[in-house]
Design a protein around this ligand. Structure first.
Ligand code: ATP
Length: 256
């Protein structure tokens, strides 16, 4: 279970971009985060995997408090958080298998990784996952030879190789054409069910959020103002999530 309580993030001495945010994700649900540009969606995801340092509050994953972790403890906690990126973040000159195995870094020795001596079990698991997402035939192909959809499948398998407790996806389909985008969203939804994995997706495409996720969290200027099933996201809720300006919001914050 991911339990975020009273999370605040402030960059430098600016206004907070996450304002006392609470969010709990249980089980294998697929949750999307929607909201205008600048609402704080990426910052929230990055606080969870500690690419961004939270200012205050608590982020607890399966009983482990993630805020304040350092060094070895932080690395161990990060292994349990899979991340899928908009730009795939693959190493182009490496093969698909090498990219996928980089998800095992932190589990195997640096020497084994450098000499590509992957444990048999890791190779077996990689093939199993690559077959599941339809890229096994590219195991020895350089990553830069693949299409966008195939590259994102590599990104997904790499994240799953970490044996994560949760999968975070930061605009995973924003670089893809509409059809491929739907395929990747469908894949994330199906994998969440098959692997009993909670998935948290930051996404701009509201139609896809409604179609492929179980729950939609709507953010506006650092606050969660909608958290419900997709069917409940009506026009009024959409207007509230996407309307207004930072100044209008600041007025409200000041008034409280
Ligand atoms: N490293 C940073 N330093 C300072 N301010 C930042 C930094 N990263 C983000 N911000 C600011 O924090 C706010 C929230 O940004 P964030 O990227 O989390 O929003 P978002 O909802 O993900 O937007 P988008 O949909 O455009 O990616 C914005 O005002 C942004 O300018």
């Amino acid at each position: 279970m991911l339990k975020i309580t009273d999370l605040v993030k402030r960059y430098g001495d600016g206004d907070p971009v996450l304002k006392n945010l609470d969010l709990t994700i249980e089980g294998e649900s697929v949750v999307s985060i929607i909201g205008s540009s600048g609402a704080g969606k990426s910052t929230l995801l990055r606080c969870i995997n500690r690419l961004v340092e939270p200012t205050s509050g608590s982020i607890n994953l399966n009983g482990v408090e993630l805020t304040g972790l350092r060094g070895r403890d932080l690395r161990a906690a990060r292994r349990k958080i899979g991340m899928v990126f908009q730009g795939f973040n693959l190493v182009d000159r490496l093969t698909v298998m090498e990219n996928v195995q980089s998800g095992r870094l932190g589990y195997i020795s640096t020497w084994a990784a450098m000499t590509r001596r992957y444990p048999k079990e890791d190779i077996r698991r990689a093939y199993q996952l690559m077959e599941r997402v339809g890229i096994a035939q590219y195991a020895n192909t350089r990553a830069d030879q693949l299409s966008g959809g195939e590259r994102q499948r590599v990104g997904v398998v790499r994240a799953l190789m970490q044996e994560p407790d949760i999968l975070l996806a930061d605009e995973p389909t924003a670089s893809l054409d509409p059809k491929t985008s739907e395929q990747i969203m469908g894949l994330l939804r199906d994998l969440a069910g098959e692997l009993k994995l909670p998935v948290l997706i930051n996404i701009h495409n509201v139609t896809e959020a409604k179609e492929y996720t179980d729950r939609i969290v709507g953010m506006r200027y650092g606050r969660i103002i909608f958290d419900d099933k997709p069917a409940m996201l009506d026009q009024a809720a959409m207007d509230e999530i996407y309307a207004g300006s930072p100044h209008a919001d600041r007025g409200k914050v000041d008034a409280t």
